[in-house]
Design a protein. Sequence first.
Length: 294
Amino acid sequence: MATQVGHTHISKELAASRRRNFIVRWSGKLLAMAVLAGVSVFIVFPALWMISTSLKPDDQVAFSNWIPRPIVWSNYAKALKAIPFARFTLNTALYALAVVVADVISNALVAYGFAKLRFPGRNVLFGVLLGTMMIPGMVTMIPQYILYAKLHWIPGYLPLVVPHFFAGAFFTFLLRQFFMGIPEEYSEAARIDGAGELWIWWRIILPLAQPVLATVAIFSFEGAWNDYLGPVLYLSNNKLYTLQIGLTMFRATSDTQWQHLMAASIVVMLPIIILFSAFQKYFVEGAAVTGIKG
């Protein structure tokens, strides 16, 4: 009888403990969801304000109402006609694609050397490369401009694209971290079969590194698509302007009609949103894996 009472008491304690653990676990989840929802509101607020403003009539732009009455979809058509939008979009797309190709190829090559090749001073050189991240871009801006001017690259896209064929510290670091996680047995087996380093890099390493390559490509495309300072410095011809300069022109030529400016800005943002949504899986996987191995 005493044994049965003891078992019953233990069962009740286990059930109570499970209930407490269940309540604590779900309370933590609900609290985390509430915090994330609150933070999301602050993040999404500017985008919602842009959409609302882009659909307002001229006489409601300065008002605080969130729902325009009536909704003016023609603001988008007027915004796209205010500047040579098609030409600027083509310029920006070609510039961004060239930068993506340059960044992926150059950084993947350098990262492969630091991750898979053994040579004297490798760690020292990698430390020097990482140290370049501490040099502000404003410090090198004037010397670079003078150099490109002497090379007669201004105006043009060469100053904007050519430097990306020389690997940068951030992308090289991301790719190196991922490459170091690829088993060395793959490369050793290829070397035994007589494969060279370039063949191994092209046929073995890059196919296995698709997630981190997608991460680099997304970061690179976003940076080039949203770049304003570089095009302002090196593009002085209207036919070469990118969308970011076009938005500035639009603001000047349209006498700061905010509904049209917001409409144009939303259209410019769409490719980045579509790109990230399409490759979000690879982006998250690549960013997660590169953070595992230090």
